[in-house]
Design a protein around this ligand. Structure first.
Ligand code: GLU
Ligand code: ZN
Length: 491
């Protein structure tokens, strides 16, 4: 049996970490088994559908470099968009009606509300639909429907027995049929199928062999198996993926930080880092290996190494991975990523000038060593391209020091720059160190105002290297300018 798996998102929001993990695991599983990865768009919920979400899905998969074997516009089992398959769902729902496994329900929203209200008051154990129309004479029901009475189609869930499905990760999961959702709607009054019906029919017709999806879907498992049985079909294998939590142990959400791939995409992350880090959310290769490229995972991924217990999403760890992958990137492609960011932030012109390119190339080796996010590049090297019009002098004043002391320190620094370029870093460092001893302050208390003067920020490439890149003359002018500004402010 050759593996056929699918990612079946509903375009009702931006792609997030959990969804993308599902997509990646299905994709890797297909590749590792020389099977097929299928993309199916589950767009039956027309109220929550959005064009923007669909575009975001395509953008995300493209950015990650995830190519599907079958999906919209390609494959022999299509269409792969549920809204284009409505006739099929009608046909299969009709077959359940014909066999007495489903029935028309004419209950109005008011009646259902009243039932719910009553159940609440009587604290009844039976919640939900009261199976009111289940035993209506089918001929009578058909007559009413044909006369134009609004109705839905409900599945007749058996009242006795239990339903069990085997999950490759969680083991056997059983539920008494009585406790499975009481006769859920499978076709809505507007003729649209619900998720359960469309999902089961499509998985069967598309020959899906394994269903890999988030654990949130476990409660739907028994119902789906009942549907498979009603149709006389064999269910695929199930494989529910562990939850993804924030560090505080609650389900990962916006409260913890960015969760949409769009935010990560625009926030300076590389797809290599995202793929690597996400692959560790609920999966492991062994106890030690952490680094995996997409190509590695296409070979190594196995269901056996999926975890039962929730995975914790660690933003710092992802950022660390990102820094590693920035340094692994070959220099030319990293430059191609950084230049547009500098242009977008107005640090360099578009097209970039020869002068700017020269400065950028000079700074590149230093930046490359320090970036955690590609987007940090602008802040890091803006000072090489742009004059500093005015300083945030608070940044320049070291802790436990009076602002009025700082101009004097800066002036000494300016004097020390004479001959700067003829000395190596060590010699320069010694000079600044001796100065700090002479002034009776710490080395850091000299370097902080100096750094802010030269670069305008507290974070920059190494200070002496920054001075060299900027040019000693410009550096000196900036030091004097900051000194004057603070003198004026404290006068
Ligand atoms: N459309 C469902 C979703 O958005 C698919 C769930 C499943 O994989 O069965 O997650
Ligand atoms: Zn009813």
């Amino acid at each position: 049996m050759s593996v056929r798996v699918r990612y079946a998102p509903s375009p009702t929001g931006l792609q997030h970490i959990g969804g993308v993990r599902t997509a990646l695991f299905n994709y890797f599983f297909a590749r590792a088994n020389k099977g097929k990865f299928i993309l199916r768009i589950e767009d039956t919920d027309r109220e929550r559908y959005s064009e923007e979400s669909l575009q975001d899905l395509y953008d995300t998969l493209e950015w990650l470099g995830i190519q599907w074997d079958e999906g919209p516009q390609m494959g022999d089992y299509g269409p792969y968009v549920q809204s284009q398959r409505f006739d099929l769902y009608q046909k299969y729902a009709q077959s359940l009606l014909d066999e007495g496994k489903a029935y028309y329900c004419f209950c109005t929203a008011e009646r259902l509300d009243a039932v719910r209200e009553q159940q609440k008051i009587s604290k009844s154990k039976n919640q939900g639909y009261d199976r009111h129309c289940r035993d209506m004479d089918p001929a009578e029901a058909l007559k009413r429907k044909e006369a134009g009475d609004a109705c839905v189609i409900r599945l007749k869930v058996p009242l006795d027995g239990k339903t069990t499905f085997h999950d490759e990760v969680m083991g056997d999961i059983s539920r008494k049929n009585r406790d499975v959702s009481p006769d859920p709607v499978i076709v809505k009054s507007d003729g649209f199928p619900t998720y359960h019906l469309a999902n089961v029919i499509d998985d069967h017709l598309m020959g899906i062999t394994h269903i890999m999806r988030a654990q949130e879907w476990i409660p739907s498992g028994p119902l789906h198996v009942i549907l498979y049985e009603a149709f006389g079909w064999t269910p695929p294998k199930y494989c529910h993926l562990p939850l993804v939590m924030g560090k505080d142990g609650s389900k990962l959400s916006k409260r913890h930080g960015a969760t949409s791939l769009k935010d990560f995409r625009l926030g300076g992350y590389l797809p290599e880092a995202i793929i690597n880090y996400i692959s560790l959310l609920g999966w492991s290769f062994d106890d030690s290996r952490e680094f995996f490229t997409k190509e590695d995972l296409e070979e190594l991924f196995t269901l056996k190494k999926l975890n039962k217990s929730p995975a914790v999403f660690d933003y710092r760890k992802l950022e660390w991975f990102n820094g590693q992958y920035i340094r692994l990137k070959d220099p030319e492609s990293l430059k191609e990523l950084l230049l547009p960011i500098l242009q977008k932030d107005g640090v360099i012109s578009d097209p970039v000038t020869e002068d700017e390119m020269g400065i950028f190339n000079g700074a590149f080796p230093l930046v490359r060593e320090r970036l955690k996010l590609t987007t940090q590049v602008s802040e890091m090297i803006r000072f090489l391209f742009k004059d500093i019009d005015s300083y945030n002098s608070d940044d320049a004043i070291p802790k436990k020091m009076e602002a009025s002391q700082v101009p004097g320190i800066l002036d000494s620094c300016a004097s020390l720059l004479e001959g700067f370029e003829d000395r190596n870093d060590e010699e320069n460092e010694k000079l600044f160190y001796d100065k700090s001893v002479e002034l009776g302050i710490k080395m850091g208390q000299i370097l902080q105002p100096l750094r802010v003067a030269v670069t305008g920020t507290k974070i920059s490439p190494p200070l002496f290297e920054s001075i060299r890149l900027l040019g000693v003359e410009k550096a000196e002018a900036r030091i004097r300018a900051l000194s004057e500004q603070i003198s004026k402010e404290t006068a």
